[in-house]
Design a protein around this ligand. Structure first.
Ligand code: ADE
Ligand code: ZN
Length: 339
């Protein structure tokens, strides 16, 4: 199974680049910047990754992100992730980053984007992995702050390239911060030619998924697993082939589901939803894309046909143009034939 999953061409569509900061790199960055970490060792740091809910994770995740201080740090972080993804058969990535997490600390947006982008372009050149970059707004901050961040990003786009950003997203603490708070921001992003995605229905209710569709006009729902609480919404998601970027190991670590055997991924797949498998914050949740596929394969007894469908869905749900999607679908056909 591991070989089969690795050989399947896959897109990763839900990946926070800040969530790929492995403890080893955290210690290296801490040494580089003269910071003392509150952990005695790499093992102690990894051991501390026990979370009770989304917020308890976010507190540690933002503390880790504080180690990222210049373009070289963002380049190293992104390169390490892309190496790993490539080894696991990921052929296309759509990466989230949180500009506000960094600009609030005085790190220039140019350094963040410059470091991530140089690594993305190098990986495309060296191993053919393609990419899109998605800037996410922190939903616990104000809509005004998000709007100012968007305007800053649009000015930066003018000085880099029209295609530097593909979409905007919405992440951070979900409960109590409904999508409607950001309607005007997403409208401005759309006017500026950007697509939209949003985290919804991870910890928040099914209503937030509905709101993300209606108010933010999203093209995908990140997580979305709580859609099951509203059968009419589930039918709509299936009818519209609205992709869900599901992150199984994240859902277990953050107690969205008690155990992998209780995850609803297979049920949603069988209902015809465009479910995809992703890693969210792999350094914190114990696995990259391959480990997420393996976890659901074992926990939910997925067949090779199910795995093939998940890979196809990831290509269908990507922002790749139709010709490139057809190319990857043909490559999946080939792997499926070979078994
Ligand atoms: N930021 C990083 N990972 C996240 C998640 N799973 N949910 C919300 N915000 C996040
Ligand atoms: Zn996420």
């Amino acid at each position: 199974m591991e070989g089969f999953i690795t050989r399947l061409p896959k897109a990763e569509l839900h990946l926070h680049i800040e969530g790929t900061l492995e403890p080893e790199m955290a210690f290296a960055l801490a040494a580089r910047h003269g910071v003392t970490l509150p952990y005695a060792s790499v093992e102690a740091m990894r051991d501390a990754y026990r979370f009770s809910d989304l917020q308890s994770f976010l507190d540690i995740y933002y503390a880790g992100a504080d180690l990222l201080r210049d373009a070289a740090d963002f380049h190293a972080l992104t390169s390490a992730y892309l190496r790993k993804a490539h080894q696991q058969g990921v052929v296309h990535v759509e990466i989230f980053f949180d500009p506000q997490t960094h600009t609030q600390r005085g790190v220039p947006l140019e350094s963040v984007v410059g470091g991530i982008r140089s690594a993305l372009l190098a990986a495309e050149r060296d191993c053919g992995i393609t990419h899109r970059l998605i800037l996410c707004f922190l939903r616990h901050l104000s809509a005004e702050d998000a709007m100012a961040t968007l305007e800053q990003a649009l000015r930066l786009r003018d000085s880099i390239s029209a295609d530097v950003f593909s979409a905007v997203g919405l992440d951070s603490s979900e409960a109590g911060h409904p999508p409607g708070k950001f309607t005007a921001v997403f409208e401005r992003a759309r006017q500026a030619g950007l697509l939209a995605v949003a985290h919804a229905g991870e910890e928040g209710p099914a209503q937030y998924i509905h709101d993300a569709l209606e108010l933010l006009k999203v093209r995908r729902i990140d997580h979305g697993v709580r859609c099951e609480e509203d059968p009419a919404l589930v039918r709509r998601l299936a009818r519209e082939r609205m992709p869900l970027t599901v992150c199984p190991l994240s859902n277990i670590k953050l107690h969205v589901f008690d155990r992998i055997e209780a995850h609803n991924l297979k049920r949603l797949l069988d209902l015809g939803l465009c479910v995809t498998v992703n890693s969210d914050d792999p350094a914190y949740f114990g696995g990259y894309v391959l480990e997420n596929y393996l976890a659901v394969q074992r926990g939910l007894d997925l067949s090779k046909a199910d795995l093939e469908l998940l890979a196809r869905n990831s290509i269908e749900a990507s922002f790749l143009p139709p010709a490139q999607q057809r190319r990857w679908m043909a490559a999946i056909d080939q792997v499926a034939r070979e078994g």
